[in-house]
Design a protein around this ligand. Structure first.
Ligand SMILES: Nc1ncnc2c1ncn2[C@@H]1O[C@H](COP(=O)(O)OP(=O)(O)OP(=O)(O)O)[C@@H](O)[C@H]1O
Ligand SMILES: [Mg+2]
Length: 330
């Protein structure tokens, strides 16, 4: 039986395909026209983002880690799967990662989504996102006692304590790469009277580490609020650091709250091993250092932060040792 493993991220959808061992990564975005018909999806929809005319609507169907626009997401999954299956839908098993700190109804929606997408799903199994993350980062989560995983994604950061293959505590907070971008935009707007797009802000965030190494400013293009004209500006990285710090502090504070609620025996293990940091936005410059300073813990960095969840699901599919972490929801 073919199996597919899915991590439905708000920004990036990742699908592991057991037939060839590859993982598809595409933007979880859909472009529809005024009558609601889809005409682009994934990376090609993202290409149009912030550039499309008013009659084209671009949307991320997921919001804060849960499915906000069910029909759109169903459509997207179906199209990505048709691409992977080369338009020949064959019976397959599906493993899907879900966040822990959402309602039962919201969890169930992920399962129903696969069932509803007309994909001849034989079996649909759920894996907790944080558990998959741990496995994907090479931790033997079934035997480990006390593992702290912090996944900084696009819309959310999930902070979880794992022990013996399950979740002891988990908190989903509404801070991630998108908030980082928004803060960068707002700071540039108020300091330089310059409006920049979300993609430009994300590029600044991505290049921040290199810019600081080279002692260079970020060069951005945007629209001057006063003149209304397009301009180029040179932005010192200090300004970017200062506005990101606010978001980092929120993440650190929430990690501390989780630690305060962690049973002491588990806390001892966490102290010994340090925390495990992953998710695309965890690569933002200076987060690692500030997280280490703010928690007093060593910070272990994922080798593949964007795919650690789906890498974990792949292991659940391929390695019988991990079979018990996948289950059918009630
Ligand atoms: N080199 C980088 N430096 C900083 N941020 C990065 C880098 N590469 C990607 N990102 C950010 O990572 C985020 C996407 O990460 P990821 O794929 O883990 O999120 P997601 O799973 O789609 O979202 P969520 O988990 O919140 O649903 C985006 O905000 C992107 O800008
Ligand atoms: Mg994610």
């Amino acid at each position: 039986m073919n199996s597919y493993g899915i991590d439905l991220g708000t920004s990036n959808i990742k699908i592991y395909d057991s037939t060839d061992g590859h993982t598809l990564i595409e933007k979880n975005m859909i472009a529809v026209n005024d009558s609601g018909e889809m005409f682009a999806y994934g990376d090609s929809a993202y290409e149009m983002y912030e550039k499309a005319p008013a009659n084209i609507h671009l949307s991320y169907p997921l919001c804060n880690g849960v499915i906000a626009e069910l029909k759109y997401e169903e459509n997207l999954i179906r199209h990505f799967m048709l691409d992977l299956m080369k338009n020949n839908v064959h019976p397959s098993d599906y493993y899907i990662a879900i966040p822990w700190d959402v309602t039962e109804v919201e969890k169930r929606a992920f399962y129903d989504l696969i069932k509803a997408a007309n994909l001849k799903a034989k079996k649909v199994m759920i894996v907790e996102k944080a558990v998959a993350d741990g496995i994907g980062m090479g931790i033997d989560v079934l035997n480990a006692q006390g593992v702290l995983v912090v996944n900084v994604g696009f819309d959310t950061t999930e902070i979880s304590i794992l022990s013996l293959g399950g979740i002891v505590l988990s908190r989903l907070i509404k801070v991630g790469g998108l908030k980082f971008d928004d803060n960068i935009r707002n700071a540039i707007r108020s300091e330089y009277s310059l409006i920049i797009g979300g993609k430009t802000a994300a590029t600044v965030k991505h290049s921040l580490f290199d810019l600081e190494q080279e002692n260079e400013n970020a060069i951005v293009y945007g629209r001057d609020i006063v003149t209304g004209l397009p301009v180029e500006r040179s932005i010192p990285t200090d300004l970017v650091d200062a506005c990101l710090k606010e978001n980092f502090t929120t993440i650190i504070d929430n990690v501390r709250v989780i630690l305060e609620h962690t049973p002491p025996e588990l806390a001892a293990d966490i102290y010994k091993h340090g925390l495990y940091l992953t998710g695309g936005a965890s690569q933002t410059a200076n987060l690692v250092e500030q997280l280490a300073a703010g928690t007093g813990l060593k910070v272990n960095i994922a080798t593949s932060p964007i795919t650690s969840v789906v890498d974990g699901i792949a292991k659940v599919i391929e390695d019988d040792h991990y079979r018990t972490v996948a289950y059918v929801p009630r």
